[in-house]
Design a protein around this ligand. Structure first.
Ligand SMILES: [Zn+2]
Length: 213
C-alpha cells in the first residue's frame, strides 16, 4: 500500500508527504483486540491514510482504543479531533504538553507504560524540542519512536535550552535499541527508520550540531 511501511507484522508506519523529500508519520500498532496509534497527523490523515490500512487488515475504527501524541506540534496532533470522533479512543500525552493539546483525555509521565496494540511502550521524557516531548520505547522488541526529539540538522527545532536537548539525547544513547524511528527524515540520516549503528551515529550527530550552536 502506498505510503505504508511495515516495520513488524503488527507495527506500521504511515507516511504523509508534506513536500518533496519531507513527510510526517503516524504509527499504527495492531493488537489482537485493539489498535494503538502514535501521533495523528492532520485532519485528513485518518480517512485518507490510516483507514485504508485498517480496512485492508479487516479491522474497524472502533478497534482503536489508545492514541499517544509524542508532543504538541500541529503535524503530530491536528488529527486528534477526527480520530477521537471516529474511533472513541482516549488520547494521551505528557503532562507538560497538556495545556497545548485541548483534545487530551489523560496525561502520562516518564516511566509510564502504555499498551499500544499488544506492545508495551515505556514513556521516555526527552525535552529539548518541546518541554512535553517524549519517545516511546518498546523494550521487548528494542524499538524506539522518537517523534521530533532527535532532529539532527533542523536545529531550529531545538526550542529549549540546548543543554536540555543534549541531555535528552545522551539518555537515548544509553538505551539498548535496534530500531529508531523519527517522525521525519531528519538529516544527516535523511531517512526516518534507522537500524544498528545508524542510531548512535544520528544521535551523536544531533548532539554535535547542538553543541556548536
Ligand atoms: Zn514534527
Amino acid at each position: 500500500m502506498k505510503n505504508v511501511v511495515e516495520i513488524f507484522d503488527d507495527l506500521f508506519l504511515v507516511k504523509q508527504d508534506m513536500r518533496p523529500g519531507w513527510y510526517y508519520s503516524v504509527f499504527v500498532v495492531f493488537g489482537e483486540n485493539n489498535i494503538g496509534i502514535i501521533d495523528t497527523g492532520f485532519e485528513n490523515t485518518l480517512v485518507d491514510y490510516v483507514l485504508p490500512l485498517l480496512q485492508g487488515k479487516g479491522r474497524n475504527l472502533c478497534d482503536v482504543d489508545l492514541i499517544v501524541n509524542t508532543h504538541r506540534d500541529g503535524d503530530h496532533i491536528k488529527g486528534n479531533d477526527v480520530f477521537k470522533e471516529k474511533t472513541g479512543a482516549s488520547i494521551v500525552a505528557h503532562s507538560l504538553a497538556a495545556e497545548a493539546i485541548p483534545s487530551l483525555d489523560k496525561t502520562m509521565e516518564e516511566g509510564d507504560v502504555m499498551k499500544l496494540g499488544d506492545r508495551l511502550f515505556k514513556v521516555i521524557h526527552t525535552p529539548g524540542h518541546r518541554p512535553g516531548a517524549v519517545c516511546m520505547l518498546d523494550e521487548e522488541h528494542k524499538v524506539i519512536i522518537t517523534g521530533d526529539s532527535v532532529c539532527g540538522e533542523k536545529e531550529d527545532l531545538i526550542r529549549m535550552d540546548k543543554n536540555i536537548y543534549i541531555e535528552s539525547l545522551r539518555r537515548l544513547l544509553e538505551l539498548d535499541v535496534d530500531i529508531m524511528i523519527m517522525s521525519h527524515p531528519f538529516k544527516p540520516a535523511g531517512k526516518n527508520i534507522l537500524k544498528g549503528d545508524e542510531i548512535g551515529e544520528m544521535i551523536r550527530a544531533s548532539i554535535g550540531i547542538a553543541e556548536r550552536l
